[in-house]
Design a protein around this ligand. Sequence first.
Ligand SMILES: *[C@@H]1O[C@H](CO)[C@@H](O)[C@H](O)[C@H]1NC(C)=O
Ligand SMILES: *[C@@H]1O[C@H](CO)[C@@H](O)[C@H](O)[C@H]1NC(C)=O
Length: 404
Amino acid sequence: MRIKIVGLVSVLLCILQAHGSSILSPSDHEHSPELSSLLEWLKQNGATVKNVKIDKVRDGGLRGLVATANFKAGELVALIPNHCTVDVGHYTLPGAELAVQLLWRQLEYPEWNRTFEPYWNSLPQWGTIYSKENWNLDPDHLALFQEPYLEHYVQVNANWTRDAWAGVAATDKEKQWPHMAAKYPREAQRIPYEQFRHYACLTATYTFVFPDKNQVYQRVMVPLLDLVNHYGIGSNTFVTKNPTTQAYHMVATKDIKKGEEITHTYNMDNERNDYAALNYFFIQRLDPPRLCSIDLPEGHLDASFPEFDDHYLPRDKAAILAHVDYLETKLKSFPTTIAKDDNLLSARKSKLTWLDRRVIEFRKERKWTMQHWAKILRERAKTAYSLHQMTDIEANHNFEHTEL
Ligand SMILES: *[C@@H]1O[C@H](CO)[C@@H](O)[C@H](O)[C@H]1NC(C)=O
Ligand SMILES: *[C@@H]1O[C@H](CO)[C@@H](O)[C@H](O)[C@H]1NC(C)=O
């Protein structure tokens, strides 16, 4: 589930590359007219946004929200009224079905759609954000993962978007594009697949999950707050919805200094790079480092592994050694080493696109973390008990006890 939830504070994390909900292509600029218009529009519509600005926040031109005044813990950082937000559909729906609903709404209510123009314009343009919903399915690109399971995972999801567009996905017909498009044949014709899959990515990644007036959990587009970058443990705000006014409040969870970046936690699943890369197209190195969920014992992408790695790693000697063996065998099986990946990334005349590079950075980071844990676990195995030993000791103890 890609639910954005509140993060609690404590340990500092070292972000290698957090490109959360505001991935920028190298060509994007800070302080663009689109973003100034967004702030103007929000102010005119009753939002509280006076002590924040949108700015470049990290190396590489990543865009984010920055405090322009000091905030105390518990203070309101920004408030977005409900009428400036868009409920796009039930939170369990995939991006493709949400895209259908968003497009339908834009077509059904052209007046409403026009009033949201400053918000639509503030969103990333086609080709600047990726997620499993609109991933590039070129086999050469997918092979860069060096991991069949991830290739497959991306294919299943991106294929779903394509199938919902074609009307052949295995779900209700009325949730798919041809059914909606039939209601507005002329207008719908002007909408290309590129836009549809971009919307599928946006509705999956640029949305929050909150209950509506009837307590039904929805995917919600919340202007401005969707520009705030993810930070796991240690983020400085959370977003909450006022049950009476239905407005969205971004509240400081600790003191924030003027000039500091404002962050919140989308969800703790993003603290694992396979989840973050596939769902939000960013990766990070944390302290302590975290394995990909697929590299945890019995780990996979469809469950949540929010705790630190030690919570999931074995304690029994035999199980520790088995996991070391998994990590080392896997490391040996990769077609390239970390050094080779580095060479590829730094090669001068590289033909790699920025999408390719992100995947290579991902696999490199994955390998590094696997090496890191293999080393620690190998050490740990030296002093660990084996369950067999423990059973022996217990058995002896019980035996002696019985004799008495
Ligand atoms: C909604 O409004 C935007 C901005 O005015 C416009 O570009 C877009 O085509 C409209 N969407 C539809 C489906 O008409
Ligand atoms: C995705 O679609 C392509 C093209 O139809 C197909 O070859 C591939 O097997 C599909 N992948 C999955 C995992 O379903």
